[in-house]
Design a binder for this molecule. Structure first.
Ligand code: 3JN
Length: 341
């Protein structure tokens, strides 16, 4: 069996850390792991699978000899470095917005549209975390009943904004309890004991960029004919995004059949026993791979419509795990090569 040299770009960030940990427990045939980060972190030593790996600066020549690079270094770094990596024969899986809207680069969730990988040109985009968990849950319903429209409201954890936001929620919570000063830096308002209907920047149409990502990415990955409207909200939750999904289908459905469908769907776990207070929660989804769904019920206000609650670890399935699964799919499909220019 072939073995591969993989790289993590942005290896010391919070998603990069989850990428390293996910690769460590994966069964991918990794010959060598290269860890790249900003120059200030070059020279740091990281333990991985019993080896001490020295972090190197993320720059064009560092991709020489790398087969697959998982990027979590932001849009600017991806735009600069991914094309350089491709020139050196490296397939890039990028976790930023940089290539998500591209007409040529596939945007992939392995449980939903793995076939989109077949025509890749060296760069594969990883969707936004909120889109990934929603579409893993919607795919089986779309296949069986054809989704007409989805109304989604998210309840997103602060880990999606990075470690500084996690630290800020902790600081504000401690300061509140101790009567100290609550410091507000990351968000425009206090996040502790609050809910902010504001994720990423506002656009001219009144939606936030996060909301538009969910709409546009659903159209690219699942079906451009699905009507989607989104409200994305930041909650004082450390990790794990939750979503309320209102789903209208073309075909009538039977809720028990939907439940069976969801129980068999790849990447989905049904937690739905309200009588025993069992439903998906951010705390219990944290550190786990699946997308959890529950609270399945008929929307009695209009025909062919259901409600569902959907929770997943935004740093795992929403980011690191999805990129590692894409790498696995590339290997399984013999697609670890870039087209010659
Ligand atoms: O805020 C969240 O919960 C998710 C954050 C996503 C994010 C933050 C900064 C840059 C993204 C993303 O993945 O959509 C990006 C980006 O796309 O570059």
């Amino acid at each position: 069996m072939s073995t591969y040299t993989l790289a993590v770009v942005g290896a010391l960030g919070n998603v990069g850390t989850e990428m390293r940990k996910t690769l460590e427990r994966s069964d991918l045939p990794i010959e060598k792991l290269v860890l790249m980060d900003v120059p200030e972190n070059a020279g740091k030593i990281v333990e991985w699978k019993g080896q001490s790996i020295t972090v190197v600066t993320a720059e064009a020549d560092a991709f020489e000899g790398v087969d697959i690079a998982l990027f979590s270094a932001g849009e600017a770094a991806a735009l600069e470095l991914a094309p350089e990596a491709v020139k050196r024969g490296c397939v890039c899986v990028d976790n930023s917005t940089a290539f998500r809207g591209s007409d040529v680069d596939p945007l992939v969730i392995p449980e939903v549209n793995p076939e989109a990988l077949d025509n890749h040109r060296g760069i594969i985009a990883n969707p936004n975390c909120s889109t990934i968990q929603m579409l893993v849950a919607l795919k089986p319903i779309h296949d069986a009943y054809k989704i007409k429209r989805v109304v989604v409201s998210t309840y997103q954890a602060v880990s999606g904004s990075g470690q500084a936001a996690v630290d800020e929620l902790h600081q504000q919570t401690r300061a509140f309890a101790e009567g100290g000063e609550l410091k507000v830096n990351v968000y425009p308002h206090q996040i502790a004991f609050n809910a902010l209907p504001h994720i990423d920047v506002f656009e001219a149409n009144g939606y936030t960029k996060e909301e538009m990502k969910m709409i546009n990415e659903t159209h690219k990955i699942l079906d451009p004919a699905i009507g989607v409207t989104a409200t994305t909200v930041r909650m004082p939750v450390v990790n794990g995004h939750s979503e309320s999904l209102n789903i209208e289908t073309e075909k009538p459905f039977d809720l028990s059949a939907v439940r069976e469908l969801m129980a068999k769907a790849p990447g989905v776990v049904v937690e739905d026993d309200p009588a025993n207070n069992v439903y998906p929660m951010a705390l219990t989804a944290t550190g786990k791979d699946p997308v959890y769904v529950g609270r399945l019920r008929i929307d009695e206000s209009q025909p062919n419509t259901m409600n569902m609650w959907c929770v997943s670890d935004n740093l795992l399935k929403g980011a690191a795990l999805n990129t590692v699964q894409i790498a696995g799919e590339l290997i399984a499909r013999g697609l670890v090569k870039v087209p010659v220019a």
